[in-house]
Design a protein around this ligand. Structure first.
Ligand code: GTP
Ligand code: MG
Ligand code: ZN
Length: 371
């Protein structure tokens, strides 16, 4: 491996230390290489192996063993692969290396997880101002991102369709999400937004998530500097998109940062229950605080005397929808109660530790963006 390999690994997101470890492990003779998964196509992975080289890869057999606890790679993962013996056959993926984080969501109520992307630094929650705008959904995205330790931004698209350029809604959103930076963009002024360079620094990875039709791929095509992705019409009757993007795809933006386009999410039902207790507490700290002051520690907030939630709902201090959303998210996390207490305590400790690291990092990011 040479200078180009080092440059590639660093540009695509590995730290200097990780680059050195990878370079030590591979040499041309053993046919071992490191690549980033840029697309998943059923059982075939598209692996970015160098700036201009994309190879296909399949998983090594031990991923499929019944007792195997190996998790399959997803877009954004770094993997170690072995070159194919024959030129036309796919390489073999030996293992996932250095997974810093992974965004997961719970699919339906069966408790099955879907991995969305790995090794992600920033997430842009993309929403347009038409019927797609849904504060509750944004809250759910934020909770999901927090539990995977990804730094969120909210991005409003298609503000050109609004008379006031979305000014009023922007004000409302800022009030509802005071700690999150909210950006505005529209197709006709993508270019005017000079700050993309700042938000997509070299070596960083950002994922764009949001409902179908909000304009994720349109924007990403601009950020890539080429029409690499398909974009589609939206339906007239309900402003919804037609699920034009059907797979997750990672590529390097013209500003250096890596970008992952994702298919519009149908319904973000919930989040990783096990990892998310703390994220919920964080996201709904106002609700948690009220509950802690209810007279009875097992208050159900239905008719109990001294219930602070009921009082706050009555006075308007707490919005009904926000409380319902809290309950909904909590509900999915019910099975936690069945876990033994000790496990939960350890988990919480781990979570706190991680949170404080994350808080430090958030502060750094805020300083960098002058927030
Ligand atoms: N008016 C207006 N239309 C836009 C803007 N950005 C995107 N669109 C249009 O919105 C439609 C949907 O855009 P896409 O980029 O395909 O949306 P998407 O979020 O990638 O949708 P999925 O791939 O289905 O998840 C297209 O017809 C775009 O031309 C914008 O800023 N203003
Ligand atoms: Mg798309
Ligand atoms: Zn109560």
């Amino acid at each position: 491996m040479n200078f180009s390999a080092r440059n590639f690994l660093a540009s695509f997101g590995l730290s200097n230390e990780e680059v050195s470890i990878c370079l030590k492990k591979c040499n041309e003779k053993n046919g071992i290489g490191f690549a980033r998964v840029i697309k998943e196509d059923k059982n075939l992975y598209h692996l970015q192996c160098d700036f201009e080289i994309v190879k296909k890869g399949v998983l090594k057999g031990n991923f499929y063993h019944e007792e195997s606890e190996l998790e399959a790679p997803c877009v954004g993962d770094w993997v170690e692969y072995k070159e194919a013996f024959f030129e036309d056959s796919p390489c073999v993926i030996n293992e996932i290396v250095t997974r810093r984080n992974v965004i997961k969501r719970l699919e339906g109520s069966l408790g099955k997880h879907q991995t969305i992307a790995a090794n992600v630094d920033y997430a842009f929650i993309v929403t347009s101002l038409n019927r797609d705008l849904n504060y509750r959904r944004i809250e759910r995205y934020l909770t999901m991102l927090k539990s995977s330790d990804v730094y969120p931004f909210i991005l409003l698209t298609k503000v050109d369709l609004e008379e006031d350029y979305g000014e009023e809604e922007l004000g409302n959103l800022k009030k509802a999400f005071p700690n999150i930076e909210i950006l505005r963009s529209t197709q006709s002024d993508f270019k005017k937004f000079a700050d993309w360079k700042k938000y997509l620094p070299k070596g960083s990875t950002s994922v764009f998530i949001g409902s179908s039709g909000v304009g994720k791929s349109t924007l990403i095509n601009f950020l890539l500097g080429k029409e690499a992705l398909l974009t589609g019409e939206i339906r007239d009757d309900d402003d919804r998109g037609k699920h034009t993007t059907t797979y997750r795809y990672l590529s390097q933006s013209r500003f250096g940062g890596l970008i992952i386009d994702t298919p519009g999410m149908r319904e973000l039902s919930a989040i990783d229950a096990f990892e998310s207790v703390l994220a919920i507490q964080d996201e709904f700290s106002d609700v948690v605080e009220l509950i802690s002051r209810c007279r009875f520690s097992d208050c159900k907030h239905q008719s109990e005397p001294g219930c602070k939630i009921l009082a706050a709902l009555a006075s308007g201090e707490l919005e009904k929808g926000r409380f319902q959303n809290y309950l909904k998210i909590l509900n999915v996390n019910r099975f936690l109660e069945k876990k033994n207490r000790q496990e939960l305590v350890t988990l919480e400790r781990k979570g706190w530790k991680r949170r404080s690291v994350a808080n430090r990092r958030d502060r750094k990011i805020k300083e960098k963006f002058n927030l």
